[in-house]
Design a protein around this ligand. Structure first.
Ligand SMILES: *[C@@H]1O[C@H](CO)[C@@H](O)[C@H](O)[C@H]1NC(C)=O
Ligand SMILES: *[C@@H]1O[C@H](CO)[C@@H](O)[C@H](O)[C@H]1NC(C)=O
Ligand SMILES: *[C@@H]1O[C@H](CO)[C@@H](O)[C@H](O)[C@H]1NC(C)=O
Ligand SMILES: *[C@@H]1O[C@H](CO)[C@@H](O)[C@H](O)[C@H]1NC(C)=O
Ligand SMILES: *[C@@H]1O[C@H](CO)[C@@H](O)[C@H](O)[C@H]1NC(C)=O
Ligand SMILES: *[C@@H]1O[C@H](CO)[C@@H](O)[C@H](O)[C@H]1NC(C)=O
Ligand SMILES: *[C@@H]1O[C@H](CO)[C@@H](O)[C@H](O)[C@H]1NC(C)=O
Ligand SMILES: *[C@@H]1O[C@H](CO)[C@@H](O)[C@H](O)[C@H]1NC(C)=O
Ligand SMILES: *[C@@H]1O[C@H](CO)[C@@H](O)[C@H](O)[C@H]1NC(C)=O
Ligand SMILES: *[C@@H]1O[C@H](CO)[C@@H](O)[C@H](O)[C@H]1NC(C)=O
Length: 444
């Protein structure tokens, strides 16, 4: 039986909300992913049915009897052990393990438990899977397929915050954002109102880790990460490949739009690594923050590894950022730094190194200071300082109508650029109004 140990736990927990552990590894997702939803409300779902015993809270399971990964025959049946994770978080002295299968039981679990398994949760329309006040040291494990019901509004679908928290998933678990129900080619620029941020991480502090997640078909931006310090995000796959094809609402454009992978603001000492992003916008975009390292990323289909757009936000300082050891394929840009027109800000100590690009359609390397309302004006302004930019070993190909390199700085705003071992070929009409030092030539 799947979750043979969790099934034991289930009898102790959240009466009325825990069902028998599934016996197969496939999870039925009965809710519709219709791409033609035109009403403003999702179809009915059963998980919100009030249950007479739902007031009963959990019975803690002590660590000694906590559901360990007792070996099972199927490799997809590994229960993440609550005491032997590789999390940097200190192991809680007592572990209150809670196995949750109903959205309505999540609040009680987050209030009472430090080990939470969320198995095949269906998130109702217009509601947030609210993990924003997790107890210190909590480990949340997604299992099965997490599903999302359609609702036409802009709200956060999953929200996480806390200290020394680990968010992880069992092998084979899927978080499916049901993007098909919202996608119309317009993303957050118009059309159907959409949840603009799928997975919001706010104030995740201490030694927190988000890892091992497989997320597909999110409506617009995926991770919005802010106000966090010391966070590690790793082994994450974001797969919005299904949004690449047009649908009957997108007028021939990719159905999914503005599907940024990781958006960071006001974070420090943060690591994003070993992850895959298959999407239609920035793979990673940092608009503010300090000491952020992004490494070993595989980015396909989007807009590249970006800083910006910087300026006009509550925090416009971007300092000590490293992007390294990554691949950027079939994307508009490779390495990009952009700032907003007529704003102020400070971008310093930025390194891009060991990056391979292929099939770049706009700019291989791009630094530009002329963004306004999400597009370039051609007229750079000089309120955002960009200083200390090092690019090394960036190689690969651009399409023939792309520019290999493009630098458009405001008057006297860019300084201390060093480019070495740069070779992006295939594009034409590179142009740089600032010449970096190093062996770099801004051509062809
Ligand atoms: C959707 O959620 C918002 C915010 O919680 C709320 O104000 C609104 O009433 C909800 N809409 C419906 C139809 O429940
Ligand atoms: C999430 O739950 C916390 C309490 O745990 C509450 O303060 C907060 O308002 C909730 N947020 C959302 C978006 O529901
Ligand atoms: C790092 O971020 C945390 C959380 O926002 C903040 O409290 C702290 O002051 C920041 N540290 C620095 C050096 O900016
Ligand atoms: C991404 O999803 C598509 C289906 O939309 C699938 O064909 C492909 O194998 C997935 N890729 C990865 C890396 O999971
Ligand atoms: C941005 O940097 C400036 C100058 O270093 C500093 O005065 C300001 O407090 C910083 N803002 C934030 C939000 O960190
Ligand atoms: C720049 O911003 C200032 C202050 O917000 C505004 O008055 C001015 O019109 C702006 N200039 C341009 C060219 O957008
Ligand atoms: C940039 O890096 C240098 C050398 O590591 C350091 O001294 C300086 O403080 C950094 N600048 C900022 C704004 O963090
Ligand atoms: C340059 O980057 C590539 C990845 O694009 C890497 O395989 C190679 O080892 C790097 N070269 C050096 C000298 O670091
Ligand atoms: C680059 O584009 C070509 C032509 O469309 C395609 O054959 C190739 O697979 C693409 N490269 C990658 C890494 O997807
Ligand atoms: C490159 O610039 C030349 C001269 O401005 C122009 O004729 C040509 O069309 C441009 N090529 C591309 C691919 O944009």
């Amino acid at each position: 039986m799947r979750f043979n140990t969790a099934a034991t736990a289930a009898t102790l927990l959240l009466a009325g909300t825990v069902r028998a552990a599934p016996t197969s590894t496939t999870h039925s997702t009965s809710h519709s992913t219709t791409g033609t939803a035109t009403t403003s409300h999702s179809t009915s779902h059963s998980t919100s049915t009030p249950h007479t015993t739902s007031t009963s809270i959990v019975t803690p399971i002590t660590t000694a009897s906590s559901p360990q990964a007792s070996p099972t025959t199927s490799s997809s049946v590994v229960l993440v052990p609550t005491t032997s994770t590789t999390s940097l978080a200190s192991t809680p002295s007592t572990t209150d393990a809670c196995y949750v299968t109903a959205f309505s039981a999540v609040a009680a679990a987050t209030a009472a438990c430090t080990a939470i398994i969320l198995d095949s949760i269906e998130i109702p329309g217009n509601q947030t899977l609210n993990l924003s006040k997790l107890k210190t040291g909590t480990i949340v494990t997604f299992a099965g397929t997490t599903t999302v019901d359609f609702y036409e509004a802009d709200y956060d679908i999953i929200k996480v915050g806390g200290t020394d928290v680990t968010i992880t998933a069992e092998p084979g678990a899927i978080i499916d954002g049901n993007g098909q129900a919202w996608w119309d080619g317009q993303g957050s620029n118009g059309g159907i109102e959409k949840p603009d941020h799928f997975f919001v991480i706010s104030k995740l502090l201490g030694n927190s880790v988000v890892k091992n997640l497989y997320i597909q078909n999110y409506p617009t931006h995926c991770f919005s990460i802010s106000g966090s310090a010391g966070l590690i995000m790793e082994n994450i796959v974001l797969n919005n490949t299904a949004g690449e094809a047009p649908n009957d609402r997108s007028g021939g454009l990719a159905a999914a739009h503005n599907t940024d992978g990781f958006d960071l603001s006001s974070c420090n000492n943060t690591i994003i690594r070993d992850s895959t992003v298959l999407n239609q916008d920035d793979c990673v975009a940092i608009t503010s923050g300090d000491h952020i390292t992004v490494s070993n990323m595989y980015c396909d289909g989007g807009h590249g590894l970006s800083i910006g757009s910087v300026g006009g936000k509550s925090n416009n300082n971007v300092t000590n950022i490293i992007f390294e050891d990554s691949k950027i394929l079939n994307s508009q840009n490779g390495a990009r730094i952009k700032s907003n027109s007529n704003t102020t800000g400070y971008i310093a100590n930025i390194t891009y190194s060991n990056i391979y690009v292929e099939n770049i359609s706009i700019y291989g390397i791009d630094i530009q200071q002329d963004y306004l309302n999400g597009g370039p004006t051609g007229d750079p302004t000089d309120g955002v300082i960009i200083t200390g930019v090092t690019m090394t070993n960036i190689t690969g190909t651009a399409e023939s109508d792309a520019k290999n390199y493009y630098i458009l700085c405001g008057a006297d705003t860019c300084s201390d650029f060093t480019f070495e071992d740069i070779s992006i070929v295939g594009g034409t009409n590179s142009s740089c109004n600032v010449q970096p030092v190093g062996d770099f030539t801004c051509s062809p």
